[in-house]
Design a protein. Sequence first.
Lengths: 473, 473
Amino acid sequence: MKRYEKFADDIAELIRTGVLAPGQKVPSVRHASRTYGVSASTVFQAYYLLESRGLIMARARSGYFVCEHVRRPLPEPQATLREASTTEVDVSELVFSVLSSIRDPDTVPFGSAFPSPELFPLPRLARSMAHAVRDMDPRSTVADMTPGNHALRRQIALRYMVGGLPLPIEELVICNGALEALNLCLQVVTRPGDLVAIEAPAFYASLQVLERLKLKAVEIPVHPREGIDLEVLEDRLERLPIKACWFMSNFQNPLGASLPEERKRRLATLLARHQVPLIEDDVYAELYFGQHAPKPVKAFDSEGLVMHCSSFSKSLAPGYRVGWVAGGRYAGQIERLKLMTSLSASVPAQAAIADYLQHGGYDRHLRKLRYALESQRNAMLAAVARHFPEETRVSRPEGGYFLWVEFPEQVDSLRLFQLALAQGISIAPGPIFSATRRFGHCARLNYGHPWSLASEQAMETLGRIIRSLPGTN
Amino acid sequence: MKRYEKFADDIAELIRTGVLAPGQKVPSVRHASRTYGVSASTVFQAYYLLESRGLIMARARSGYFVCEHVRRPLPEPQATLREASTTEVDVSELVFSVLSSIRDPDTVPFGSAFPSPELFPLPRLARSMAHAVRDMDPRSTVADMTPGNHALRRQIALRYMVGGLPLPIEELVICNGALEALNLCLQVVTRPGDLVAIEAPAFYASLQVLERLKLKAVEIPVHPREGIDLEVLEDRLERLPIKACWFMSNFQNPLGASLPEERKRRLATLLARHQVPLIEDDVYAELYFGQHAPKPVKAFDSEGLVMHCSSFSKSLAPGYRVGWVAGGRYAGQIERLKLMTSLSASVPAQAAIADYLQHGGYDRHLRKLRYALESQRNAMLAAVARHFPEETRVSRPEGGYFLWVEFPEQVDSLRLFQLALAQGISIAPGPIFSATRRFGHCARLNYGHPWSLASEQAMETLGRIIRSLPGTN
């Protein structure tokens, strides 16, 4: 990391923690240079970067000020549900009908599950791909099958190690994206009819997978900042024969919540006490806005109970379909199931990513990507504040690319979804994130696309539609 | 196809059908040129090609003769089993222990499931890949997800059409190889506990999948030339609540058998009468040695009951993991299940193959591949005749790259497998192809690798080991 980037991060942290408040003037270049012992040009570059990240803005002849993203502080969404229940899942049809209706590329993609492909270094990746296939040993077409390309697995293991979680390369099984990894993990530790603890709200694909495998959901509420409610989980683990947990510990989809480290540690202890495995979906881990990469729960697991699933789809190579699982004590079973299910991930895609990780500048790309997402988050938060009704609540995620919006109680988000779609705007309505069709007045909004006039106008239109719904003002 | 290739195929057909017998002289160049109205140079080129295919050989100053591949006619394996039974499948462990033991690249790979990667146009494919990713529209990383890259699906649909089976592009779902397609199809039409008709012997992956999904197998015997026994199947369909069939209609793995067209038609009628879906595994269809591509059963299905699964893994692009299913009436359900299971096949791999199919010369490559496999088959058949005991029976497949060998009754092929492996030679022992551990005196041998002195010596060693086993001479 360059010196000015480091300095920019320090200032960003001051803004994040409120030391520098919205509207406040940031130290002058001369002052900052003297105070922090860096050159004036470093400060200039840092401020320029912070401006492009949407954190500060220049006012003519007055210097830089912290952006007033919001005209008022936005309340966060409320904690979700606390009643105990187990639920047969039956939400797939709704999810499919929502997803298929938003495929039109001309729709403003607030309902999309993907960030903009323009945020990724596709030309550089293409070079890595061309290089990898040109030099490919024909034998690798067999040798790189499950558990996967050795160079790639080594690079992934290195990244774990740098993140403070050394693990043996043998734990790693390359899969067709994280989704296949999650599917395989769940099948390894459950049988039809079993209970699985999931989040409420939850990523809809997990609901679909539970439904498909005839598993029953035990919903655990998620706090919008602090992640799943450990007290509720503890109670459920004590009272119900839960066979597995499936949680996102960092930048949870859709809420954006992350478990603080202390709570990750407690979760690991809880799992160990009950000997219940955790399928940890951590696909957004690289998209953090803070100073440090968040750790996974797996970092606190000494018993091999955590299957840590991730991929390059959200951070580097969308469409390549290269994910992995660090399978803990279940790695061998996962590998076998993978062999029976789809034999292997695509060998050229694996080789291309291995090459890119070695030579492509992954960390530099990630820094750019994080800045872009953070500034887009800020832009969307500001638009929520500007255009949505006063009573709207909204999450303020410190990573990922989703906002979770709680409209006034009487807003029917499925109706909003239909009306917005008719205006060429997609949203992801709340009920697709629930095994029990909750969150009828909520929606997930994607800020993974460069902010534009069209985005701003779409937010305005959404606000107008919301106000036109019965019972709102 | 060039004129000399056509002429060579005509002569090959005469050899295949026995009109030209082993050891017989083929027409002289002058004679052939006059009789068939082709130029002498065409005849020369054709004979040269036939020689390289291992069908004829030149004798000094005497002209060309049909090769005597075999010192005696090899009897074919016997039809398999006729008793009715349904079976819980429990063979995965055995399969895995066999497969993992033969991964050593220094082993003579007669037990391998793959043909030699050297038979594939990997450098030309690499060019297609480089081209495809360089020009890739970023939006395709989302747009080419399930059901798949449109150009690729159109090329596949075109190939169906040329083969006499026009079908709507909407029926096609791109998958991670045929194996995933087969898995998805089976899950769409069955639930745990259901009965599924499979072949005996069967491809071991189908047994593993049945085991994993807790399905019960109804084994249908396969005739080594004519494919599954339709009388037995009809009886089982009448007496048992079979929910699906899973058959390979062409060059069945491991027997190499193909249903003649008339029997394919009967099978389709039978399925229609009972309204039972067929999962048709047709991954070897392009590897035919005859004049014409064999049709799939799907060509005779007017009710959309057949899910036709295939891939490019055996014919073009091993390791790319691009397969597909033409799903008939189940296409929509398969697509949804694919979305939930692994979202999509690798987008670059799809684009590369689409590019290759348009510009790479697929048909030219396939002709070369077929010739290579046919000549390797001939070499291995000759080696079986030379080195294995008199009572050995062996299939004579007209496509694919597997021989099925029936040793004398008392030979224990699992023991043979162990002893051969100790000598650096792998085989695929018969019991891994059976839900009921039959075929204990059989083995599948892979001739998908260029024939070499090492291959010949390995066959000799195998013959010696077989003779050393108790009860053989």
